[in-house]
Design a protein around this ligand. Structure first.
Ligand code: MN
Length: 318
């Protein structure tokens, strides 16, 4: 961490980049890091390649220019948070790749993302945990707002302390957030408990289309379903399928454009969806991963299903 601290101290104008399809951890890491740098007297600009944010993102009170193009010359330093892969930067990937002074702060096993300095700790449940440590090491004041942001990031990536990625450090950091005034009940409601009527309606449609076979559950969400329900997100659905009885794998395929789809994978302990995601050009964590593809969703669902079967057979869990 010494190296990134040195780099951060030398910087003056910093662009901070989060990933496409932003989740609470990358948003929290980005916004809290921006607060830290501002306190140190540095100018920051946040960048996310996303046109339409989920309602939950209102919490971040984002500036309007979050989606604008980067003028690389304006920044002496670019920092990517919660980002294991250049393609996940969306339109900012090229600029990041060509910039002379770049930093990566992440908790994924990094793949193919080059930077001048990297700080990657895969024992951390969330990038927000790393940002918390960074704030303490830089001796900046962790305000209640920053504490709430980081608490939200931890809740997001641990599914409110339910995922297997949690450890002693996760709880110590969460305790630190509470110590510094995190608005924990409100954050837990917004990021964990709350759902909209539209999400509930989308779930109703998803239940009708869901396939459960051989401990593998999946569902294809089409644009038509989104239109019918009035919402395009149902982030808890994949976990719900996984947590049903003895299911071992769950994945949801979501239509993004006419022929473009994203996939979110989950699996129970002892299995590895990162491996499966990688076979389809994606990546992620052992128990939660993702990818995207262009083509027919039913065909891809079948191919993914077959990869799950291979893992099941390898483990002899029938
Ligand atoms: Mn993360």
């Amino acid at each position: 961490m010494k190296e990134i601290i040195k780099k951060i101290k030398q910087s003056k104008r910093v662009g901070i980049i989060a990933h496409i399809s932003p989740d609470p951890d990358c948003m929290s890491s980005m916004t809290a890091l921006s607060c830290i740098l501002n306190q140190m007297g540095k100018q920051t600009h946040m960048f996310v390649d996303c046109d339409k944010f989920r309602d939950i993102m209102l919490y971040y009170e984002l500036p309007d220019n979050i989606n604008e193009d980067i003028n690389a010359e304006e920044f002496d330093t670019l920092i990517a948070v919660d980002l294991p892969q250049l393609s996940l930067m969306g339109k900012y990937g090229e600029v990041f790749k060509n910039h002379k002074n770049t930093i990566v702060i992440d908790h994924h096993e990094s793949r193919n993302l080059e930077a001048t300095v990297k700080y990657v700790d895969a024992t951390m449940s969330s990038c927000s945990e790393i940002i918390f440590d960074l704030a303490e090491k830089l001796n900046v004041e962790i305000t209640p707002r920053m504490a709430s942001l980081l608490y939200a990031g931890i809740i997001g990536d641990t599914n409110c302390f339910q995922n297997d990625n949690i450890n002693e450090h996760t709880f110590l950091t969460a305790a630190g957030c509470i110590k510094y005034g995190a608005d924990k009940n409100n954050v837990t409601f917004i990021f964990q408990k709350h759902q909209t009527y539209e999400e509930l309606k989308l779930k109703q449609l998803a239940y009708q289309n869901m396939v459960i076979k051989n401990k593998i559950a999946y569902c294809i969400f089409t644009k038509k379903m989104f239109k019918q329900a009035g919402v395009e997100e149902c982030p808890t659905f994949v976990n719900e399928m996984l947590n049903t009885d003895d299911n071992v794998f769950a994945f949801v395929i979501k239509q993004k454009e006419k022929n473009t789809y994203t996939v979110s994978f989950r699996c129970k302990e002892g299995f590895n969806v990162a491996q499966i995601a990688q076979k389809f050009g994606g990546g992620g964590h052992i128990q939660a991963a993702g990818t995207m593809f262009v083509g027919a969703p039913t065909k891809h669902a079948k191919l993914i299903y077959e990869e799950c079967i291979k893992q099941l057979e390898g483990k002899n869990v029938w």
